[in-house]
Design a binder for this molecule. Structure first.
Ligand code: SAM
Length: 394
């Protein structure tokens, strides 16, 4: 059928799985497979004709193929199959650089974040921090590592009681609440997600922090105010390459002279800023983060410098995000049935691939993550930054 025999196609691929076809044919792609990939009907074999991370993911999401066993093995298999086509890790064309309107961005955010709060609570830590954690040791729990990340950001920004602090893209409010409670700042967060906005404000009220802390439903382009310190954590991936100048100028406008800004976000390892190839970029764009785009670190530093920030410090957190995602993926695997009930089977299948796939992408160094610390200087001479970085690690 279809003039294509999957057994022949797969014959040359090395991967940690056993493939079982609809007609009972069964073959292992390595000596000790740790997962089973089931191709459920002849039509499903089409996903294997010219396999990519997108075609395989969509066949799994639609239930045309299935697997049993270790999700990591399934992801490694999907990569091996996609690479067997000879395609490269990054697309041939340049960066996508989509237009990012306020309306389009709001819809994209709703697609991802408004699945349901119960769904995210199943696999995030109890504060619902949805960004890379900071592990001091291999055995730290996810919850510990998330608080350590919040503190790492607050230390880098040298938060002081009474500081006016803004968190751009504040999620469910963990950082604004922590900064208000532990550092005594007056904290404002903005998000585009209605679900996050509602739950964050409920949590602020329940903690009695409403005089010190607020979360607004607002686009970063529409926010006004003057702040001593600004953080943006896991948000600028949504901004788009074309909009990076606007984004950094908006943040600069919100800072007082001498104020500090920490931008924490995912970067690509491709210096040409191209989207991921092998179908990975298309999978993320179509099913996970519509219109998300990743710059290389050099572009982040360039755009921040063009917006007249003085960049002081860059830290790579890539191993921390691989570990964070492994925790999220393990939590998700353990609560798959509940995740399906809190969303739909289709969404649960999609997120399952996304979490394990992103852990793999960070592990493999396809993507990375950087914290970039900068200040707004308008005069020549010394900034408010200490001479050494000792303060960061006290
Ligand atoms: C990955 S979440 C990170 C949340 C939070 N910073 C954390 O670490 O848990 C990205 C956040 O960016 C927000 N966001 C994305 N685009 C935005 C925009 N144009 N204006 C304001 N917030 C935005 C989303 O609503 C979401 O809260």
């Amino acid at each position: 059928m279809f003039g294509f025999d999957p057994a022949k196609r797969l014959g040359h691929v090395q991967a940690p799985v056993r493939v079982v076809l609809w007609d009972g044919r069964d073959f292992a792609l390595s000596d000790s497979p740790s997962a089973t990939l089931r191709v459920k009907h002849p039509g499903a074999a089409l996903a294997l004709r010219r396999p990519s991370l997108l075609s395989l993911a969509e066949a799994y999401i639609e239930g045309d193929i299935d697997f049993e066993g270790d999700i990591g093995a399934a992801i490694r298999t999907a990569e091996a199959l996609s690479r067997s086509t000879g395609d490269g890790l990054f697309g041939r064309s340049g960066p996508r650089a989509a237009l990012h309107t306020r309306r389009g961005d709001r819809q994209a955010i709703a697609h991802h974040y408004d699945v349901s709060n119960e769904f995210y609570a199943l696999w995030l830590d109890s504060r619902m921090v949805y960004s890379c954690a900071y592990f001091h040791s291999e055995s730290d729990t996810l919850a510990q590592a998330q608080v350590q990340k919040l503190d790492h950001i607050c230390h880098k920004l040298r938060l002081e009681p009474g500081d006016r602090f803004l968190d751009v893209g504040c999620g469910w409010g963990a950082l604004v609440m922590h900064a208000a409670r532990a550092y005594g700042v007056n904290a404002t967060g903005i998000t585009l997600s209605e679900n996050q906005y509602r739950l964050a404000n409920e949590r602020i009220r329940a903690a009695g922090l409403q005089d010190q802390c607020r979360v607004l439903l607002e686009d970063y382009r529409d926010h006004h105010g003057t702040y001593d310190r600004v953080a943006s954590v896991g948000m600028f991936e949504h901004v788009g390459l074309k909009n990076l100048p606007t984004y950094f100028q908006c943040v600069r406008r919100l800072l007082r002279e001498g104020g500090a800004f920490l931008n924490h976000g995912i970067t690509t390892s491709d210096t040409g800023n191209r989207s991921l190839g092998l179908g990975a970029g298309e999978f993320i764009d179509r099913h996970i983060f519509p219109r998300g785009e990743l710059p290389h670190l050099h572009l982040v530093v360039k755009e921040m410098s063009d917006a007249d920030f003085e960049v002081h410090d860059v830290e790579t957190l890539r191993p921390h995000y691989a570990k964070t995602l492994s925790h999220w993926s393990a939590n998700f695997e353990a609560r798959l049935a509940e995740a399906s009930a809190a969303s739909s089977e289709r969404i649960a299948r999609t997120w399952r691939l996304y979490l394990a796939g992103c852990a793999h992408a960070f592990e493999q160094r396809w993507i990375s993550i950087h914290q970039v610390l900068a200040t707004k200087e308008t005069q020549p001479g010394r900034s408010e930054m200490p001479l050494t970085r000792d303060w960061m690690y006290r």
